[in-house]
Design a binder for this molecule. Structure first.
Ligand SMILES: *Cc1c(COP(=O)(O)O)cnc(C)c1O
Length: 439
């Protein structure tokens, strides 16, 4: 008992107290209590730096999982949050609406490709994906085709941790194998061949066509992360794949869902990864970066065709409504973050990060322990031939004053767009040093 409730313990410092209580009581992502994960306590964060409770500072190469594109503690975003908190932090969204929600929705419609015009403001990325998959199923049910209720996707995807989202994650490395018995069955195609510039091969498109020809009667939607597959392997593929996919989805009456939760808002060098292909999905999910890393917020956009289908159908309403949907604090900071992005030189910044990453990292391809190096926009990935010991690598990075969190065989960075050249070079130096040490 003493072990699980260490109330009477005297701590010699606040740092020690945080660490002890964390290890006894707090779940972290994909973590265990035996042994506990021993995360680093953060006191505050500013710009591109994370300041630890123990006095050290780290340059953030992760942007807190793609999110903090403008850096931390930004005065404009702080103000948006503070201003909104003076008006209202939240009101229920059933039967009520507010300016932050409608302004954000209009902005999202304006900056995404036509004909996306309807916005569902969800409270996290996984929920935005659930809503997208539900929209597709409801759409076909409304049109008298309830049998079109299965999803299709490619391997190596990552779409979140809730049940429907898990079902479309990579069935092997998607971290959800344990649940395969209860997950809906999904059609999987091989992941698109790697290489942004690599010409796509006819067999890839033929595989899509064969699947659709055989199963279109039961497929509601095809979901995919356009151009960059994130947490399922940090793979980058030719945007032309998406053009072939769009054409076949149209031919076989399958809705196309782009999950841009990781790639949206400039990360790949275009405002949205779909812009590389000039292709518009029927449903689009956004998240992560949407609020500049400040609040949990996500969005699912769709077209009039889908929304009208649902609204005229069997339900006839979209069957979803989280308690915190359209949260005004999150919406207001998202509006400020998007304005900050669009009013600033984000393209030049992302381009310059891309050049530095390519210039410095691509040369590592020749090292015997390196399987592949790939860079696109503000994303730099080194794929090793063997799994990287995350804990060891992470402490090596920390020693070098950098925050990076490798997974599997991947050492990668996706820094805030405001990172300076010298800060970026420090991140790169740490990546190179760690690769050399892993020999
Ligand atoms: C992170 C991510 C999600 C899940 O978002 P959460 O906010 O973690 O629920 C879904 N899709 C993609 C592509 C992501 O990168």
């Amino acid at each position: 008992m003493t072990n699980s409730k260490p109330n009477a313990i005297h701590y010699s410092s606040n740092l020690e107290r945080i660490c002890a209580l964390d290890s006894h009581h707090v779940w972290h992502p994909y973590s265990s209590f035996t042994p506990p994960v021993a995360p680093l306590p953060v006191a505050r964060a500013e710009g591109v730096e994370i300041h630890l409770e123990d006095g050290r500072s780290l340059i953030d190469g992760m942007a807190s999982w793609w999110c903090a594109i403008h850096g931390y503690n930004h005065p404009v975003l702080n103000k948006a949050l503070a201003d909104q908190s003076q008006r209202m932090s939240h009101v229920m969204f059933g039967g009520l609406t507010h300016e932050p929600a409608v302004t954000l929705a209009k902005k999202l419609v304006d900056i995404t490709p036509e004909p996306l015009s309807k916005v569902f403001l969800a409270d996290s990325g996984s929920i935005a994906v659930e809503v997208a998959l539900k929209m597709a199923i409801q759409y076909w049910a409304s049109l008298g085709k309830p049998e079109k209720c299965r999803s299709a996707t490619v391997r190596n995807g990552y779409h979140g941790d809730t049940f429907a989202a898990m079902s479309v994650c990579d069935p092997v490395n998607g971290m959800h194998e344990l649940f395969s018995g209860v997950l809906p069955k999904v059609h999987f195609l091989p992941a698109p061949n790697p290489g942004f510039q690599e010409p796509i091969v006819a067999a890839e498109i033929t595989a899509i066509e064969e699947l659709f020809a055989r199963h279109h009667n039961e497929i509601s939607a095809f979901i995919i992360e356009p151009v960059v597959q994130g947490a399922g392997g940090m793979r980058i593929y030719n945007p032309q794949y998406l053009q072939g996919l769009r054409k076949l989805c149209d031919e076989y009456n399958i809705l196309l869902i782009f999950d841009e939760i990781a790639t949206g808002f400039g990360r790949t060098g275009k405002l949205f990864a779909a812009n590389h292909a000039g292709v518009t999905p029927d449903i689009l999910t956004l998240g992560k970066t949407i609020s500049g890393g400040y609040m949990s917020l996500a969005a699912t956009l769709t077209s009039d065709r889908v929304s009208e289908g649902i609204s005229q159908g069997v339900a006839p309403v979209l069957m979803h409504g989280p308690t915190f949907m359209g949260n005004p604090l999150a919406c207001n900071v998202a509006i400020a973050s998007i304005n900050l992005l669009l009013d600033g030189p984000w393209q030049a910044r992302v381009k310059s990060i891309e050049s530095t990453l390519s210039e410095e990292l691509l040369a590592l391809t020749t090292l015997p322990e390196v399987a592949d190096v790939r860079c696109l926009g503000a994303i730099g990935v080194i794929e090793m031939k063997h799994p990287v010991d995350m804990i060891k690598a992470q402490s090596a990075f920390t020693e070098l004053g950098v925050w990076l969190r490798p997974f599997g065989r991947l050492i990668y960075c996706m820094p805030p767009y405001i990172i300076s050249d010298s800060q970026l070079r420090q991140v790169i130096t740490a990546m190179k040093a760690t690769v050399a040490a892993l020999k």
